[in-house]
Design a protein around this ligand. Structure first.
Ligand SMILES: [Zn+2]
Length: 240
């Protein structure tokens, strides 16, 4: 795919508009939803540039990316991204684990809806169950239909939230990402939660953060922070 200078200029203008919407104060404490959007936009632009076969335009694209990266909002985000945590309440945590038990021996899958906070952490507000469309191989593959994903995204935005991650189960396999999981993961900055289900019982649940470095996309281990409920953590932070 050839990248035209127009594509790059358009991306830069759009992202600049988004970044300009951050006020001075928000650079220190960025608004969560905007932060998530800016991060994904930046990464999508990078992906476009890196897949471009046009050398001249790729160089122009890299210059754009450099300009974007030097923006204070995204600079601070780059430093934060490696220490991100996924915060989830026990009831929601149990909900996604039970989903894996219910669909055993098939994989379950769903979407995590919530928000990015000012520290770069993500808090799950809702766990949305999705149907696994991979009926050809449901024991070791999962796929959420694009139509269902678009619906979840629309509904979460109406509620003031974002899609912050995805979850699925590994029936009788460890809670570690597979090469297929990585190949099929496209939401940079989002969490990918995997639960191992052994003989019908949910055992281990791990979270992985999808990153897209200059070289290639990869999963990083991400800490899962369990709280009794989300209000409990807010109270804790207020006390500190
Ligand atoms: Zn998997």
């Amino acid at each position: 795919m050839l990248l035209s200078p127009h594509d790059i200029a358009g991306d830069r203008a759009d992202l600049q508009l988004l970044l300009n919407s951050f006020s001075e104060v928000q650079v220190q404490r960025p608004v969560p939803a905007k932060l998530g959007r800016a991060f994904r936009f930046w990464k999508a632009t990078e992906a476009k540039v890196s897949t471009s076969g046009d050398v001249a335009n790729a160089a122009a694209g890299k210059a754009v990316i450099h300009g974007i990266k030097s923006h204070p909002v995204l600079q601070s985000l780059t430093m934060l991204v490696e220490s991100m945590a996924l915060i989830i309440s026990r009831p929601l945590f149990e909900q996604l684990r039970q989903h894996g038990e219910q669909t055993y021996p098939h994989e379950c899958c769903g979407v995590l809806v919530g928000e990015f906070d000012e520290l770069g952490d993500k808090t799950v507000k809702t766990v949305v169950r999705c149907g696994n469309t991979r009926t050809d191989s449901p024991h070791n593959r999962y796929h959420i239909s694009p139509a269902e994903l678009v619906r979840v995204q629309r509904e979460s935005r109406l509620a003031g939230y974002d899609i912050i991650g995805f979850y699925h189960s590994h029936p009788d396999h460890p809670a570690k990402w597979s090469s297929t999981d990585l190949a099929e993961a496209h939401w940079t900055g989002c969490s990918y939660v995997i639960t191992s289900v052994e003989k019908g019982r949910a055992v281990t649940t791990n979270s992985f953060l999808l990153l897209d470095d200059d070289q290639s996309k990869r999963f990083a281990d991400e800490s899962l922070e369990l709280v009794l409920n989300i209000d409990e953590r807010a109270a804790e932070n207020a006390g500190n």
